[in-house]
Design a protein around this ligand. Structure first.
Ligand code: AMP
Length: 912
């Protein structure tokens, strides 16, 4: 079967599955019984390339178990722990966190959960199907089809896990291209062993494919089918839905119970089958990548020569340049394209601001302490790790496993009582000493400090940049000529005293955030540009699907907003923009999803909240939060600061209102309250109509009333206002505008997490040199854009190198010259390690042929063209800015095949 043919099979299988017809119905020519998300068929060329690449991947998969070197190489991926164990390590604390406590926060979801949520549609398998499957199973000479078939079987089995599975397949294929592979191939001891193992593996795969096909064929159909309709709620066949339906129709308890049991068993059996045939997760060698990141100084632990501090990292030259490029793209993508107003506020924040925002009271995680060592562990992480362990333990019975998975799914939405019950039910212990752990207590994550020498002004290092934008709302609105909607943006560092910082840049104590506060009218959350993105298909993991144990679905954002799954257009618009940005900077779209907060997880004032989660070797990690925070923040700051943080909505027709105004008696107030008088007068003037009327009534009845000024300095102040201090006037007024507190939609980006995810998703090794890793970072993000390499140390090259450097500098292209003595291949490999996307080589043709030209090499394909020096700088600049593609360059300049070494040249010239 040719590559093109295989591609057709892939596309056909995908398409067939998207219709999900039972054999019976297909024969009858009926329409689709179940509709799953059809996969976007690969374009023949793209797909051909992917399929071609899968041949290479096949060689890397499932290493020979007998071969010690292979096994060892694979185990290097995660030296101490398996992935689930790795995530287990998340609850470990460092000694510094002693005495700390906890704000209940989200934890990322793992593969186990994803699998737990997998649902499967029944397919009846005929002998014909079986035979066809077998035919597609590879002969030793057709290794590619094996992957195709496996994916096809999985596809047939599951309409739900398909996007994940397909994602994995594609991930593997693309990263295993002829230019390199992400996956660690074992160092196979001998060709013979390799062949033997290959044969065994293929045989196993064939058996599995058949087994899976048979298993499915034998399953009963109809009522237990679990479908996923694009853009709509499950059509009554998900576990939750079915049970709900039975309940609704008043079915006897026994029926409901047996339906649940039946569904559970069948789901589990099918999941096992899927697991058997599903392609493995792309093998990513974190140790290798981390070694490279450290060696080439992208980033490393801070204060390392003093032993390091957990949760603090230094960025080296490559990390700095990469971060600056990500932020540059962010500014272009959001601030420039959306016309946002950027501001820059201090890190040091006075206590009253964070009191009003609720951080002083509530910005905490729950933690438990090892009763013997005093070591602290984040409660949700400890529970997650334990439940994951229990749910994969062979000794755990299947119903407990199901229960654990269910608890894991719901963990993010649990309160402390529910978590404590789980902690105690499973007698969870300290993971380091095995001792008992204390009852959970709360630990505020903010770093407190004093502002000024007197100690009178308590402050904190800001835990987010958002508050700076809220407190500046009035000025920003003025700047925007009083018009809504508008968005403010801020990039800056935030500080959180994490209980257990770990997982590299993923959970740290100081990190850069890029935040947006989009202020809009609560009565109109439409977005003028929404129609331009409404067709964008996103992987959405709704709160409902999390609760029901279903996997995420692919839904166009237009439908998600229309159906009410996503609260409004503006929120939907930003979710898409986040998605587009993340892909632009190098995140793999197949490892990106949006997870909705569950009701308990979401702040009480928020309408809706979605996290952009990226899948890394640490599991699914929240990298961007996107919430509709309603009017909470501005209301709080309005109250606490006695400043009207309002906007106005013009009325279509003016209306007449009877308004009551307070007239403060300044002399009496001044005498009574002295330096605080002006604050009180401000508060009285800023009062809402209801407050004014309430005060007037109190004066009439009691002759006095308390007026709460919130906090003044560090102290709370309530003033006793008496009758002689105020008078009231009522008058008819013509009102032209309605005043309201704007709603806020807040996308909040963690730059470190995004940066780490990009690095993971772009880490590769060359097929012919898997010792050397490299990064396929998009040119816009790459720390350095171009390398300049003289072919050798020949003096004739020197003036050309200078000329090229000058022209690159003039064009603003960052570059590095490597004139060391290594071979050109070796030097290219070095530049690949730091992700330099373009390489220029000066060779003898540069010197000998006029006009002088050089070779220009592209990192990922390693292809080269010959380009005149005069056109070089501009071309590399446009390539680096993403204005020109490598394909454009290949179309314009002649391809270059091989560098002539100095020896070749001498030989050709007959020199010695
Ligand atoms: P939050 O305000 O908690 O929703 O966080 C907003 C974003 O900041 C998250 O999506 C993360 O990308 C990032 N973030 C939060 N906490 C940390 C941390 N401890 N280390 C690194 N990034 C973080």
């Amino acid at each position: 079967m040719t590559v093109e043919e295989q591609v057709n099979v892939i596309n056909k299988e995908s398409h067939d599955m998207s219709l999900c017809l039972s054999q019976e119905e297909r024969k009858k020519g009926r329409g689709p019984l179940l509709v799953s998300q059809p996969l976007t068929p690969l374009k023949p060329k793209e797909a051909a390339k992917e399929a071609e690449e899968s041949v290479i991947i096949m060689e890397d998969e499932e290493p020979a178990v007998e071969d010690a070197s292979v096994t060892e190489e694979h185990s290097v991926t995660n030296p101490k722990k398996s992935e689930s164990v790795e995530s287990t390590s998340d609850y470990m604390s460092d000694t510094e966190s002693e005495g700390g406590t906890v704000r209940k926060r989200k934890s990322s979801l793992t593969e186990t959960e994803l699998l737990a949520g997998s649902t499967v549609s029944d397919m009846e398998m005929t002998e014909e199907d079986e035979r066809r499957l077998l035919e597609e199973v590879p002969s030793p000479a057709r290794t590619t089809t094996s992957r195709t078939t496996t994916s096809a079987v999985v596809h047939r089995l599951s309409n739900v896990t398909m996007s994940d599975i397909e994602g994995t397949v594609r991930g593997r294929r693309s990263s295993g291209s002829s230019q390199g592979t992400t996956f660690t191939s074992g160092t196979v001891g001998s060709e013979k062993t390799k062949r033997r193992n290959d044969q065994r593996r293929r045989k196993k795969e064939r058996e599995r494919a058949l087994e899976a096909a048979r298993g499915v064929a034998n399953r009963p159909s109809s009522e237990s089918r679990i479908s996923h309709t694009v853009g709509s709620k499950p059509t009554g066949s998900s576990k939750g839905e079915l049970v709900r339906k039975l309940k609704e129709t008043g079915a006897p308890d026994l029926d409901i119970l047996s339906a649940v049991q039946e569904l559970k068993h069948r789901k589990k059996a099918l999941e096992e089958e899927i697991a058997k045939v599903a392609p493995k997760e792309p093998e990513f060698n974190r140790v290798k990548m981390e070694e490279l990141l450290k060696r080439r100084f992208f980033f490393m632990q801070s204060f390392a020569i003093y032993g390091g501090v957990a949760g603090l990292f230094d960025l080296g030259p490559m990390g700095c340049a990469m971060k600056a490029n990500i932020l540059h793209e962010w500014r272009q993508f959001f601030i420039l394209e959306e016309g946002m107003l950027e501001i820059d506020c201090p890190v040091l924040t006075p206590e009253p601001v964070l009191m009003a925002s609720g951080h002083v009271e509530r910005f905490s995680d729950f933690m438990v302490k090892d009763v013997k060592s005093g070591e602290c562990f984040r409660l949700d992480h400890l529970i997650k790790a334990n439940l994951e362990k229990i749910s994969v333990d062979k000794k755990t019975d299947s119903s407990l496993k199901d229960e654990c998975r269910d608890m894991l799914n719901k963990l993010d939405g649990m309160n402390v009582e529910e978590m404590t019950a789980i902690l105690r039910r499973f007698a969870m212990k300290s993971p380091t000493t095995g001792s008992e752990v204390s009852d959970p207590c709360e630990f505020n994550l903010m770093f407190g400090t004093q502002i000024g020498p007197s100690g009178d002004h308590k402050g904190y290092l800001r835990p987010e940049t958002a508050q700076g934008m809220f407190v500046n709302f009035k000025k920003l609105l003025e700047f925007n000529q009083g018009r809504l909607p508008f968005a403010a943006a801020q990039i800056g560092d935030a500080f959180r005293n994490e209980i257990s910082p770990r997982s590299g840049l993923i959970r740290v104590r100081e990190f850069t955030m890029a935040e947006i506060e989009h202020f809009c009218d609560p009565l109109d959350k439409s977005h003028p540009k929404f129609s331009s993105v409404s067709d964008v298909l996103l992987t959405l993991y709704s709160a409902c699907d999390q609760m029901d144990g279903n996997p995420p679905k692919q839904i166009p954002i237009g439908e998600a907003v229309k159906s009410g799954l996503v609260a409004n257009e503006t929120l939907g618009y930003f979710i898409v923009r986040i998605y587009q940005f993340l892909i632009r900077v190098g995140v793999d779209p197949l490892r990106l999803r949006f997870r909705q907060h569950m009701s308990n997880e979401m702040a009480h004032y928020a309408c809706d909240c979605w996290d952009a989660e990226i899948k890394t070797s640490y599991g699914w990690v929240e990298c961007v939060g996107c919430a509709d925070r309603s009017a909470f923040d501005l209301t709080q700051h309005s109250k606490a600061s006695n400043t009207r943080l309002y906007a106005e909505r013009k009325l279509a027709e003016p209306r007449t209102e009877t308004r009551m105004t307070i007239l403060p008696n300044k002399a009496v107030i001044g005498k009574t309250f002295q330096k605080d008088a002006s604050v009180l007068i401000g508060k009285l003037r800023a009062m809402e109509q209801e407050e004014v009327r309430f005060l007037a009534k109190e004066m009439e009845v009691n002759g006095e009333a308390p007026v709460d000024l919130g906090r003044l300095g560090n102290a709370a102040k309530v003033f006793r206002v008496t009758k002689d201090m105020v008078s009231f006037k009522e008058a008819e007024e013509k009102v032209f505008v309605d005043e309201f507190v704007p709603s806020v939609i807040e996308p909040s980006f963690g730059i470190g997490r995004i940066m780490y995810s990009i690095l993971e998703h772009n880490f590769r090794t060359r097929e012919d040199d898997d010792l050397r890793g490299f990064f396929t970072l998009p040119p816009t993000i790459a720390p350095v854009k171009c390398s300049v390499l003289p072919l050798s140390g020949n003096d004739e090259f020197v003036p050309y190198i200078k000329q090229i450097r000058d022209s690159l500098r003039y064009a603003g292209v960052s570059h590095r010259v490597d004139d060391s003595s290594g071979s050109i291949g070796r030097r290219y490999a070095r530049t690949d390690e730091i992700a330099i996307p373009f390489g220029v080589t000066v060779d003898f043709d540069t010197v000998n042929i006029k006009p002088p030209s050089v070779t220009l090499r592209e990192r990922d394909s390693t292809q080269q063209v010959r380009i005149p020096i005069a056109e070089l700088a501009e071309t590399v600049r446009d390539l680096s800015d993403g204005k020109l593609s490598w394909k454009d360059v290949e179309g314009k300049y002649p391809k270059f095949e091989a560098q002539k070494s100095e020896e070749d040249r001498k030989k050709a010239k007959g020199e010695k």
